[in-house]
Design a protein around this ligand. Structure first.
Ligand SMILES: *[C@@H]1O[C@H](CO)[C@@H](O)[C@H](O)[C@H]1NC(C)=O
Ligand SMILES: *[C@@H]1O[C@H](CO)[C@@H](O)[C@H](O)[C@H]1NC(C)=O
Length: 223
């Protein structure tokens, strides 16, 4: 998508804690023409994913995943939209747990990654009860939804997390509990018969690496 500069007005920047972008330029600058796109009813853009060929931009937002056609440098158009929100009952349950129904309980999409050549993987906070799904990248239809996404994206819509897929395996780093105090790094959808793995706390992960280093060092010293 060379030369194309995108600006999703009203979509990006919902997270006030992020540092400002490193490259910035004035709105309406003739050097850097901007294409504006702001569909009604779409809020809290949390994740962006560009297709390999640069023609489709996938957007994870509040209660929705969108695909935008960005192949034309002058206009961005909505290709498909998937609505994905908790039911009234699920929202109610979230409220019973002490969360605000409209602020905390919607499904904030926190992970959007390609899982294979045809499908995306998505994970959302879903009424403080993380859900994930495989989504057909072309039609944005869901093929598989699961409510067992704990440890893949955070319960809280504001806690930071990260995720990346490599050859169809998903690696995540996130808080893995309702209270948001238990960090977890893990691998999911492991290939070649390898088991999924997770490392419970960052502290023990670092400790583990440290003792592995020490062991290596000792072995080298002994030898
Ligand atoms: C969603 O957007 C609203 C309005 O911009 C903002 O007040 C709120 O903090 C956002 N929520 C999250 C979880 O980012
Ligand atoms: C990609 O993954 C989805 C979900 O597991 C599956 O339904 C689909 O068949 C896979 N496609 C390919 C090309 O492997």
């Amino acid at each position: 998508m060379p030369g194309l500069v995108l600006l999703l007005l009203g979509l990006l920047g919902s997270s006030g804690s992020l540092p400002p972008p490193r490259i910035s330029f004035p709105l309406n600058s003739t050097d850097r023409p901007l294409v504006h796109f702001s569909p009604p009813g779409v809020h809290n853009t949390t994740t962006l994913l560009l297709s390999d060929d640069g023609s489709i931009l996938y957007v994870g937002a509040r209660d929705a995943v969108l695909s935008l056609d960005v192949s034309n440098r002058d206009v961005i158009s909505l290709k498909n939209k998937l609505d994905w929100s908790p039911s009234d009952g699920e929202l109610q349950e979230c409220e019973y747990k002490g969360k605000d129904k409209t602020v905390d309980c919607p499904n904030f999409i926190r992970v959007l990654q390609p899982i294979n050549s045809t499908h995306l993987y998505a994970c959302g906070s879903f009424a403080y009860n993380p859900h994930d799904a495989f989504i057909d990248a072309d039609s944005l239809s869901m093929v598989q939804i699961s409510s067992k996404a704990k440890g893949r994206c955070p319960f809280s819509p504001v806690q930071r997390s990260s995720a990346i897929t490599v050859d169809g395996e998903l690696f995540t780093g996130t808080m893995s509990d309702f209270r948001g105090v238990e960090p977890l790094i893990s691998r999911h959808f492991s290939k070649d018969g390898r088991p999924d793995v997770s490392q419970d706390t960052l502290t023990s992960l670092l400790e583990g690496e440290r003792s592995a280093l020490l062991r290596t060092h000792q072995t080298l010293s002994v030898d």
